[in-house]
Design a protein around this ligand. Sequence first.
Ligand SMILES: [Zn+2]
Length: 124
Amino acid sequence: MSEPRTVTLSTTDHGDVTIPEPSWCAGHAGHIPDPLSDILHCGPPVVFSFRGLEITDACIVQSPFSTTEIPELCSSTPGVSVSVIARTLDPAGLYELAAAFDGYADRLRALADELTAILAGGGR
Ligand SMILES: [Zn+2]
């Protein structure tokens, strides 16, 4: 059985702390000391881009020592942070967002159809 993964991070209020490191955390390269309550685990980003333009990204996050529990902003419970809405969502919220993206994709296809008809018919 392997040892639980840990990471040692500098903090401005508790010195160096060694804490459990979730398996999904992408690590803490470039860590800058902050208060313990601001430590954030963050998974690898899932990026949505189009033609090289990054539109948004999302990643699993957790603030294990958060002193305030605001589920959509910071929480000791893992969630998924979505940059385009500046919110952290639970699974139900993520499914709701994905459904909204699906609906928007349908509206974009309808616009493409409408534009195709306009261009074909010279409808100005
Ligand atoms: Zn971490």
